[in-house]
Design a protein around this ligand. Structure first.
Ligand code: NDP
Ligand code: 8X3
Length: 252
């Protein structure tokens, strides 16, 4: 029987690639995001290419009421969620704090930290009740390192790392796995969002090197969820071969 995975932020990038790979590997999917037309397209293409069933939820993870309403509307036949992937997230802006844009900070903190907590609070009680489940949080190399102009984003991803470890301790008595993946540079819509739609700046990020692709992270998530019951991968740090730290690249 197919298990159920819930993926936040499945309209593009890592979330979308993870939806596709989990559908090919025995999961039915609850997919969430704000751009409903992209969710609908993804759902159609997954259901054409695989046996997976897909349930869509259209909400903004920053909005607690909308998040509660959407997640509490999950029909009973979809409620036995085995895997939660807290992927929805973003970086906005690249400024020092002394020139910071408060709205950018709020978007990052509200999405990457508070949104992840909201979704986890609503979904994890049913995992506690059945004493099973796996929560995977998408953190970042920015959750391990620091770089100038990235204080707020690095702060949110350090928070994700802390939340992951603390939740792992809290959920230990219930046999629930909690893991994080911390990628370096992945070529998704991430840079377009960070540079507020400036495609030239976004494309420059990936010039002269080979970044990771969303598929690389999705394959690692599949590996994590496929480990035997007694194995929890606490964290994977995954970098492009052309990147050695948040600040060291090999460009040709
Ligand atoms: P994308 O921009 O391609 O995807 C981000 C996803 O998050 C989209 O599906 C978007 O959906 C969703 N999302 C963003 N804000 C919200 C919100 N407020 N409510 C609901 N959904 C939201 O980027 P990535 O795939 O790269 O990013 C996925 C995760 O990976 C993020 O947490 C990011 O921080 C992390 N990461 C990315 C790296 C990279 O270099 N790309 C490296 C390390 C970590 P929609 O806009 O439709 O709501
Ligand atoms: C995205 C990777 O290095 O741009 O989380 O912060 S980085």
């Amino acid at each position: 029987m197919r298990k159920i995975a819930l993926i936040t932020g499945a309209t593009s990038g890592i979330g979308k690639a993870t939806a596709e790979i989990l559908a090919q590997n025995g999961y039915n999917l609850i997919l969430t995001g704000r751009r409903m037309e992209l969710l609908t397209d993804l759902s159609s293409s997954i259901q054409k290419q695989t046996e997976a069933k897909v349930h869509l939820l259209n909400f903004d993870v920053r909005d607690l009421q909308a998040t509660e309403k959407a997640l509490n509307s999950i029909p009973t036949e979809w409620s036995d969620i085995s895997v939660l992937i807290n992927n929805a997230g973003l970086a906005v802006g690249l400024n020092p704090v002394h020139e910071g844009v408060v709205d950018d900070w709020e978007r990052m903190i509200d999405t990457n930290v508070k949104g992840l907590l909201y979704v986890s609070k609503i979904i994890s009680p049913q995992m506690v009740a059945k004493q099973a489940g796996h929560i995977i949080n998408i953190s970042s190399i920015a959750g391990h390192e620091y770089y100038p102009n990235g204080a707020a984003y690095c702060g949110t991803k350090h928070a994700v790392k802390a939340i992951t470890k603390a939740m792992r301790m809290e959920l230990l008595p219930y046999g629930i796995k909690v893991s994080a993946i911390s990628p370096g540079m992945v070529d998704t819509e991430f840079s377009l969002v960070r540079f507020k739609g400036d495609k030239i700046k976004a494309d420059n990020v990936y010039q002269g090197l080979t970044p990771l692709y969303a598929q690389d992270i999705a394959e690692s998530i599949l590996f994590m969820v496929n480990r035997p019951l007694h194995v929890n991968i606490e964290e994977l740090i995954i970098m492009p071969t052309d990147q050695a730290s948040a600040r060291d690249y090999r460009r040709r």
